[in-house]
Design a protein around this ligand. Structure first.
Ligand SMILES: [Zn+2]
Length: 340
């Protein structure tokens, strides 16, 4: 098969790779219908996470089951499935508590490289969720979004304890931040403040349910959010970037007793203990347990209650994956969809 491999920062190649096979009896192999480039892939692409050897890329996927191992009981070839970036058994105590991305048997599905034609998925019964039927083409982007960015934005909103009537602020206007807005809206937030300086992203934020736009960042951004919330700060803040500046902005936008849901992969974040102590802010986040939310998200997409696929603003053949990275790196695209 063919797939994307990163060799060095800025050097993504589309090349021949070994076809994945069933390794463990709990595996499935799927034929990918679509995959995409993640904001977190850019950490490698930009050399912020160092790439030391050629590495297959991609961890967001939807596809059709091609083959299953002898120990897979809930799936069969021909079914359309959505999975997450961590494989999970969905039965251990951690999974049962809803934290499948910390499953005691978790495996990183992305190790197989989902920007490709085929993908091996470990722990298939626990990891993959089948759709009711083969989806029409126009639902594929939204189902793909559920695989990571929607599930992650959703977890951000849940971790930030968004409930009906709350005021929410969202730090970060990438795909996860934008879908955090959609999640907050679906969860009943009354007011959603999107922090964004980019016009096309502001427009999408408003389509997804944002009620206010704040263009300032850092201390000025915090001051604007305070202005909009009677000087108190937001009840719930979703942090979807992962830098020192964005984390502090999120914490400082939150009112005492409020909650931050942080889902941007942290890079070099060091929190000041004394400030945190006096803030009275709850912090919860981490790699999203997307599997927890998949059945509900698939249902909302299937019934066309949400259209998270709108975050894809560049649709390319898989062979042009390198351009997909470049476009996101240069901020010409929010998110690139790839079709084998
Ligand atoms: Zn588990």
């Amino acid at each position: 098969m063919r797939g994307a491999v990163i060799y060095a920062p800025g050097d993504v190649r589309f090349e021949d790779r070994d076809d994945p096979t069933i390794v463990d009896p709990t595996d499935a192999v799927i034929r990918l219908t679509a995959s995409c480039v993640c904001g977190s892939d850019l950490w490698d692409y930009r050399g912020i996470d160092s790439v030391t050897q050629p590495t297959p890329m991609g961890h967001e996927y939807v596809g059709v089951v091609e083959e299953v191992g002898d120990d897979v009981h809930t799936l069969e070839p021909g079914q359309f499935v959505v999975g997450s970036f961590f494989a999970s058994d969905n039965t251990c105590p951690i999974c049962q508590a809803g934290y499948q991305s910390s499953c005691v048997h978790r495996e990183y599905v992305g190790a197989g490289g989902a920007q490709a034609e085929y993908l091996r998925v470990p722990l298939a019964d626990g990891t993959l969720v089948a759709t009711p039927d083969l989806p029409p083409d126009d639902l594929v982007p939204s189902l793909l979004a559920a695989s990571d960015v929607l599930g992650t934005g959703w977890f951000g909103a849940v971790a930030a304890e968004v409930t009906p009537g709350t005021t929410v602020a969202v730090v970060g206007d990438g795909a996860v931040g934008l879908l955090g807005i959609l999640a907050a809206s679906q969860l009943g937030a009354e007011r959603i403040i999107a922090m964004s300086r980019h016009t096309p992203r502001q427009k999408l934020a408003l389509e997804f349910g944002a009620t206010d736009i704040v263009t300032e960042r850092g201390d000025d951004g915090v001051a604007r959010v305070k202005d909009l919330t009677d000087g108190l700060g937001a009840d719930s803040v979703i942090e979807a970037v992962g830098t020192q500046e964005s984390m502090l902005q999120a914490i400082r936008c939150t009112r005492p007793g409020g909650h931050v849901g942080y889902v941007g992969v942290a890079h070099g974040v060091a929190l000041p203990g004394e400030e945190l102590f006096y803030s009275h802010v709850h912090l919860h986040g981490g790699p999203a347990p997307v599997r927890r939310f998949l059945p509900d998200l698939i249902d909302r997409i299937w019934n066309q209650r949400i259209d998270p696929g709108k975050v894809f603003d560049l649709d390319l053949p898989l062979a042009q994956v390198a351009e997909g990275y470049r476009a996101m790196d240069e901020r010409r695209a929010v998110k690139t969809l790839l079709r084998p």
